[in-house]
Design a protein around this ligand. Structure first.
Ligand SMILES: Cc1cc2nc3c(=O)[nH]c(=O)nc-3n(C[C@H](O)[C@H](O)[C@H](O)COP(=O)(O)O)c2cc1C
Length: 431
């Protein structure tokens, strides 16, 4: 099975000219913004709602519905905040989108701003993305000079500023409320919800926070219409998505595909199959915080509903591939180490739970595990980390729970044999 369609979000990637504003405008750039300026804010929101565009940052919440939650009669300013923290392991689609087409992000952000009456928008960039900050800084400068930002954008009576803010490199600052704290100059730790940011966000004002890919999908929706957007994808997960595939795969990278494309097509037809022709053992559908799936799930359509039905989450669409030589216990330990390092420390279940989980997984991986470690790990996921303050710990629990669910024998063998069964098998083959 293969997939043929015209690339949409990435259609201009082969033309480096679009990085500069003249090249972007030559391809119709900023026409959607001009079009949006002729519409009432409610009409923009209705268009985005009708498209069914779902947030690409992980949760898949409908973008238009989120925008409609913003109260516009509070007398407070409203804000749009672009979440460009992109720290989910395995995920790098936002980075390439900005590298190759930065003005599309500015245009999408400006349209979102029009929709909620925002006059100052922020782009929160992951600290490590220095190159992308420079690309965006240049693009913002060009947009001001061309009159698409600043006073009276595109000849209208609407003013809009975009402020670029570089984070300091903390995974938790991708969580929307921790991001807001960080943007305000406080420690990047999550806030209690409710109130949700749409009602009380940045500087206690109504705020829309969207992922880079979500906002970059908006200009086409405004210009070409919701029906056009719905031509690809599924009824409940419309449009295309930029999937990142990495790990044991022949051609890792970012690939745009209609939502609902089965993993088999992404892995075998698009990305060239498992590295060296080996067999698929496990994969994440949406980064390390989404439950692992197995080779039995290779025909799962990559859309929000189908991946959930298979027992995982589409998340950021970051597929990480493990082959039959990979030790699942080792993989789970590495991923858990990431969460232990990145836990912000605000709540005890996450701060202590991730630290202990990494330790226990480490001793199982190295062959020093105790039989009672396995029920402890199961308990940890269900009863400790899911009680944490924010979803960072849910992500940490997801890899532990799912690896124990699908590969319990491999865990038990580590404990019984006092070593990794796979490692020895492959050492023997090598001899
Ligand atoms: C620990 C954690 C990290 C997150 N990191 C990101 C991130 O880097 N980028 C992102 O867009 N969303 C991230 N999210 C999701 C955001 O909280 C939020 O849902 C998202 O930015 C909303 O945008 P969307 O509706 O366009 O997807 C993270 C969530 C959690 C719990």
């Amino acid at each position: 099975m293969s997939v043929t369609f015209e690339r949409r979000l990435t259609r201009d990637w082969d033309d480096p000219g679009v990085i500069a504003i003249d090249g972007y405008r030559a391809k119709g750039g900023y026409e959607a913004l001009k079009n949006a300026l002729t519409k009432e804010p409610a009409a923009i929101i209705d268009t985005v709602k009708a498209s069914g565009l779902r947030g690409r940052g992980g949760a898949g919440f409908p973008a238009g519905v989120k925008w409609s939650f913003v109260p516009t009669t509070t007398g407070k300013p409203t804000y749009v905040v672009v979440n460009f923290d992109e720290s989910e392991p395995g995920t790098c689609n936002n980075r390439e989108l900005v590298d190759r087409d930065p003005h599309r992000l500015l245009e999408g952000t400006a349209i979102a701003a029009l929709a909620i009456g925002c006059r100052t928008a922020f782009i929160y960039v992951r600290g490590e993305y220095l190159a992308q900050s420079l690309v965006l800084g240049t693009a913002i400068g060009e947009a001001y000079e061309a009159g698409f930002l600043g006073t009276g954008i595109a000849g209208s009576d609407v003013d809009l500023d975009i402020v670029l803010h570089r984070g300091a490199g903390a995974y938790i600052c991708g969580e929307e409320t921790a991001l807001l704290n960080s943007l305000e100059g406080f420690r990047g730790q999550p806030r209690l919800r409710p109130p949700f940011p749409a009602v009380e966000g940045l500087y206690a004002s109504p705020t829309v926070i969207n992922n880079v890919e979500t906002l970059m999908s908006v200009p086409d929706i405004v210009l070409r219409g919701p029906e056009w957007f719905r031509e690809l994808g599924t009824e409940k997960s419309p449009g295309t998505k930029l999937f990142t595939i990495s790990g044991k795969v022949e051609r890792p990278g970012n690939y745009e595909l209609p939502l609902g494309t089965p993993l088999r097509v992404l892995l075998e037809d698009v990305a060239g199959g498992v590295l060296g022709g080996r067999s698929l053992k496990a994969w994440t559908p949406g980064g390390s915080s989404t439950p692992l799936l197995t080779a039995d799930h290779i025909d799962t359509p990559l859309d929000y509903e189908s991946v959930a039905a298979a027992g995982s989450l589409l998340g950021t669409g970051a597929v990480m591939v493990l082959d039959d030589t990979d030790c699942v216990v080792d993989a789970a330990q590495r991923m858990t180490r990431f969460y232990a390092n990145e836990s912000c420390g605000k709540c005890t279940p996450c701060r202590e739970g991730t630290w202990w989980a990494e330790r226990v997984l480490g001793r199982i991986a190295e062959g020093y595990g105790h039989p009672e470690d396995l029920p402890v790990m199961r308990d940890m996921g269900k009863h400790i980390m899911f009680r944490a303050f924010c979803a960072l710990a849910d992500g940490a629990a997801a890899v532990i729970d799912s690896s124990l669910k699908h590969f319990s024998e491999e865990f038990e063998e580590h404990v019984q044999l006092g070593r990794c069964p796979l490692q020895v098998e492959h050492e023997e083959v090598a001899v």
